[in-house]
Design a binder for this molecule. Structure first.
Ligand code: HAM
Length: 419
């Protein structure tokens, strides 16, 4: 016998009953998004590498160190998607969705792949529920998207989600701000860690994200974007805040929130959750007004978010978990002369009547079958024997109350539906 095969590091098997919870969350998200006019898009998990290099940015950790990139058999470089915004924009352009009335509103649910060091809440294959709105520049779209996101979390039982909010301004504000940060930190370059020193050259904004305490101390006096924000950017940001207040959405401005992907402009946000340890970002998103253009389309201001589904499930409120219970099955048991096929036939009648039903087909004794019913969590067992068959009846045992009665077979579904 060969050695036992194991799953790839950083990936997980999702097993029942946990998969029931996943399916319920996904189902709720679908219904919620559809209420806002979003429709589902499914893009391939594999894309040309160049898509992510151009969209997410070469200087980001995601593209620089975390992609599952390989050459296919013809030597073309392909990548397992590390995120889906780039794919959605590619699909939007490739399928001429630009001809649809703007804004185009799409959502997706699916696996993403990043070669990160696995830890609690961080996997190499993880899953996102995301939404993208393409083709509107105004702050009210930001507000509506955030209302949809916060509404979903509320529907899942999170009490009062707080949006951590920031703006990165437009291209000019952002470039000037990046230069100011570089100028401010350069004299301290020797005190910075290796990652931040590299970022000082390629992407100084990302240093603001540092988790290293000594670097955080250095950042105390770092220039704020506010000083460089253009009047139009300021007005947009104020609009978003006004709208959030008006709709009763909790938010807090986080001047150092910069996000890890390069396509963002203006509004960026995250929602964090307790109980996740260091990987506490439950979801993140923001505006990417230049991305469609950068990928070859015409100017199409856009925005979106993605929720980390693995993390969401990890901290899912008990109230929602409890509501995901499945219907307890009924077990049909053959006794004294009823064949397995007759058991199967009756089980099919119950299933046709929308009753969750297990059929005992392996010839267990009545005692063993009742024990099985117990292990399956059944409330009822239906016993079918030669007697019952001859009379067109069944014996229904209530396993909780430990009672049993004979019923006409034709009335069984009605009886169980009401039970
Ligand atoms: P992101 O912040 O890179 O944004 O990822 C969104 C969420 O995915 C994170 O907040 C986290 O919950 C989850 N996540 C990320 N990496 C992992 C991992 N290795 N293991 C488990 N969960 C993870 C984006 O991906 C953007 N595409 C969001 C967006 C959409 N922006 C605009 N539109």
């Amino acid at each position: 016998m060969g050695s036992q095969l194991q799953r790839v590091k950083g990936t997980r098997d999702l097993l029942p009953p946990e998969t029931t919870i996943w399916a319920a969350v996904e189902e709720l998200a679908r219904r919620h998004f559809e209420r806002y006019g979003y429709r589902e898009i499914r893009t391939p998990v594999i894309e040309p590498t160049e898509l992510f290099v151009r969209a997410v940015g070469e200087a980001t950790d995601v593209v620089g160190k975390e992609m599952y990139t390989f050459a296919d058999r013809k030597g073309r470089s392909v990548t397992l998607r590390p995120e889906s915004t780039a794919s959605v924009v590619r699909a939007y352009l490739e399928n001429q969705l630009v001809t649809l009335p703007a804004p185009v509103k799409l959502f997706y649910i699916g696996p993403q792949f990043r070669y990160e060091r696995p830890q609690k809440g961080r996997y190499r294959q993880f899953h996102q529920i995301g939404a993208e709105l393409l083709g509107d520049a105004g702050p009210w779209s930001d507000v509506e998207l955030l209302a949809m996101l916060v509404g979903l979390l509320r529907a899942l039982g999170f009490a009062a989600p707080t949006v951590l909010l920031n703006t990165l301004g437009d291209e000019t504000s952002r470039t000037e701000w990046a230069q100011a940060i570089r100028a401010f930190l350069e004299p301290f370059a020797d005190s910075l860690g290796e990652d931040s020193r590299r970022r000082l050259e390629v992407n100084p904004l990302r240093i603001l994200d540092t988790k290293i305490a000594s670097e955080q101390a250095l950042l105390e006096g770092v220039p704020r974007l506010e000083q460089f924000l253009s009047p139009a950017s300021r007005e947009h940001f104020e609009g978003v805040q006004l709208g959030l207040s008006r709709l009763g959405i909790n938010y807090r401005i986080e001047p150092r929130l910069v996000r890890g992907l390069d396509y963002y402009t203006h509004t960026v946000f995250e929602i964090v959750a307790d109980g996740l340890g260091a990987q506490n970002a439950l979801c993140g998103g923001g505006r990417y007004d230049r991305l469609v253009e950068d990928l070859g389309g015409s100017p199409t201001p856009s925005l979106g978010f993605a929720i980390g589904l693995d993390r969401l499930i990890e901290v899912l409120p008990e109230s929602f978990r409890a509501s995901c219970g499945q219907q307890a099955p009924v077990l049909v048991i053959g006794a004294h002369g009823a064949s397995a096929l007759e058991v199967l036939e009756l089980a099919e009648e119950l299933r046709a009547g929308a009753i969750a039903t297990e059929a005992e087909l392996s010839g267990r004794s009545l005692k063993a079958a009742l024990k099985l019913a117990d292990r399956l969590g059944c409330r009822f067992a239906v016993v079918l024997g030669a007697d019952e068959l001859a009379a067109g009846e069944v014996t229904l045992r209530d396993l909780g109350e430990r009672t049993q009665r004979r019923l006409a077979r034709g009335g069984l579904v009605g009886h169980l539906v009401g039970a």
